[in-house]
Design a protein around this ligand. Sequence first.
Ligand code: PEP
Ligand code: MG
Length: 576
Amino acid sequence: MSIILNGIGVSKGIAIGEAYVFSREQFTIREYHISKSRQKNEIQRFKVALSKAGDQLRNIKNRIAKDTPPDILAFIDTHLLMLQDPAFNEGTTSNIKEYSCNAEWALQIQSDRLVQVFDEMQDSYLRTRKDDVLHVVRQIQSCLAEQPDHAPDATQLKGRIIIADDLTPADTLMFQHQKIAGFVTEFGGPLSHTAILSKNIGIPAIVGARYARQLIRSGETLIIDGQHGMVINTPDRQSLKQYRELRKKEKVRKDLLRKLKNVPAITLDGKAITLHGNIDRPEDIRTLHQFDQTGVGLYRTEMLFMEKNEWPDEETQFKNYKRALFRLNDLPLTIRTADLGADKEIEDAINQGPIAHNPAMGLRAIRRCLKEPELFLPQLLAILRVAALGPVRMMIPMLTNIEELHQLLSLLETAKQELRQRNVRFNEQLKVGAMIEVPAAALSADAFAKQLDFLSIGTNDLIQYTLALDRIDDEVNYLYNPLNPAVLQLIKLSIDAGKKARIPVSLCGEMASDPQYTRLLLGMGLNYFSVQANSLLEVKHIINHSKLSSLRPQVRKILACQSTQEIEAQVERLNQ
Ligand code: PEP
Ligand code: MG
């Protein structure tokens, strides 16, 4: 009899194959006190385990290194770096001394502390990094317990679907190297490194499928549907036939999309559309270019700030932006100034102040930068300098009124003045644009457009602020809908304002990455999309199969609709 299990689909695609239930040896973490004289030995035992865990990771890295891109190997490097982190090694050794306890116990105390720190973080991405702590701790514990490092025999794994409690990035890479068809885990979330990694390497994957190891046995036939987060155990003939067909279609579609790499995005009636990518780090350009050799319409610089947990100095920023520009090889780069605050926090003076009850409405993005001009100035200096080396534009997040824009422009003038005095090369004509992501900015888009070089619509926030719902609050997620008529009116106002002022308008929120909205946006007059790397080709495929002249009248009708439901129905028709 078939059994269906549900989890969270984290990497799309269909896999059909035999299950391989991956069970790790279970071991209890022993806890005992030691005498003072044994502390030195215990610290030594911990150090040996640390170094053994490092060797195991390096060994995996060497085995898979030949055919694995460096940005994917970097997932293992993160764990290697954690092994050297004082939070792990010094923290644990001082626990051994302070509590006179064995290394396993001392490490566990340290792990609990670190997990608590991550649990208290506001940002959901950073909160998920506790998985990395747990993975690294488990590996050290297994070395302390002197568990043999036995990986399954590679010949057993080809084409099979791995069922596990949880996988580390290193496990995942090792399994992928052994050509598994997909994997299902009982734990882990959609933001875990393992989930992100599975998407990057393109293997169908489901996480959070509780009790999978109890309900599935090695050797049973499985179907996993990564898009819908569904696992079918011992499927009947009918389901097997249906999914084999879907898998075939999917392959044809993937091959077709791959052929669109480096093909221009042009509508059937000859309108060229700019299609760029969104990145968080210079390293992401490599992944972007695996899909398409294109420019960057949104470089979210906050990651650099968050990784350092401070405002980086001018030189650090200059080097980082230069790295992105050089990787792009003369393709355009739009650098967004720091959008700190709300779910992207660092410890600075503002963060030390009273707790904001509504941080998304608080001192976020440009508000925060203008409040701390001396901390913001290095970013302006770095962007001005890097813009002398290639096609760089600067984009300001969350502008709400013209006064903020004037303050920003005056600060930019101060930065230029400083560079002139220092006799440092920079771009006097740096192009400056605004993100339109609060309703006030959309309603004043005409005024912004007159004073700026470009606009970019940030629908992620525009939706949140228009519909008065916190974009990271699951309770109100059901209201989050780009097809709300008010949202569409604000997008249209922004596009039209750019047209009137003859400046480019892009859309860089998630809405641009979702192919179900491509035709609607084209029909509204949008001709510049900045999307997630893995959406580039799908969006391009739709652009290249759309005719603007027939979209425009249909979209006019859509914009006249008053309910989301009506709009949804019409958009569905538009996409047929
Ligand atoms: C947006 O708000 O649409 C956007 C692109 O910015 P972020 O998601 O970084 O807030
Ligand atoms: Mg935003």
